[in-house]
Design a protein around this ligand. Structure first.
Ligand code: FE2
Ligand code: FE2
Length: 243
């Protein structure tokens, strides 16, 4: 039975059932930037048993059936941009300065015991700066254009060229953010505190794990839900124009 599902992409699974993202996180499977890849291919590459993974996915699906899950598939483009801004952008603007302060404090106090802590603080600050720039671009350019497309009867004028141009740029920036997250995970041995870690250090690691999972969900909602919806709207408007 597993084989019949294996051609489905990782992003499609999470699109249909958002709670499956937790299973993929557990197996270290990238469902956001790498969401367009078929599950079978990813399993083979990671050395994960497809049958075992399918069983876990089915168990989570069954246990979630009675619970309400957000239905992003039927959400409009305007609802998606608003949801992403309210839940993911505002969350990052709030937690990143706090985490940065903690990462720098931990590096200063415990850097002598583990030299990687200084690198962690620098990597975090790089990620923070990149994400701030990235989110401003989405809020000021791409999201308004997505909403304009949704409301338009004919293709609106857009100074950045076709919408696929800013979308590809944002997808590339997502990959860069994903790579920095991987780097931070490696620097902290998978966010495992050493025995001697103080409270701030532990709170920092917990905060980083939570932020990582939120960014994965955030990127998934953009790459696999919002962007394809916006591209579809653009291609429909284009067809109408030609027809
Ligand atoms: Fe975003
Ligand atoms: Fe983004």
């Amino acid at each position: 039975m597993a084989m019949t599902h294996s051609a489905k992409t990782v992003g499609e699974y999470v699109k249909e059932r958002p709670s499956l993202s937790k299973v993929f996180e557990r197996y270290g499977i990238d469902y956001c930037c790498g969401g367009k890849r078929p599950l079978l291919e990813v399993c083979q590459e990671k050395g994960v048993s497809l049958d075992e993974l399918m069983l876990t996915l089915e168990q989570v699906t069954t246990s979630m059936l009675s619970r309400e899950e957000p239905d992003w598939q039927s959400a409009t483009v305007a609802q998606m941009t608003e949801h992403i801004y309210q839940n993911h952008h505002l969350y990052l603007y709030e937690v990143m300065p706090r985490l940065s302060q903690m990462a720098n404090k931990v590096a200063k106090v415990h850097g002598g015991k583990d030299g990687r802590l200084a690198e962690l603080a620098v990597t975090f600050d790089t990620l923070q700066a990149e994400l701030n720039r990235h989110m401003h671009k989405e809020e000021q350019v791409l999201f308004p254009y997505c909403r304009q497309l949704a409301a338009a009867d004919s293709m609106p004028e857009f100074h950045c060229g076709p919408i696929s141009t800013p979308i590809h740029a944002m997808e590339m920036e997502h990959e860069q953010a994903g790579a920095l997250l991987v780097q931070m995970r490696t620097l902290t041995d998978g966010y495992t505190p050493p025995e001697w870690a103080c409270n701030t250090y532990r709170v920092l690691l917990d905060g980083l794990v939570e932020m990582e999972s939120d960014i994965h969900q955030h990127i998934h909602e953009e790459n696999n839900i919002l962007f394809p919806k916006a591209l579809e709207l653009a291609s429909e408007l284009e067809k109408n124009r030609q027809g």
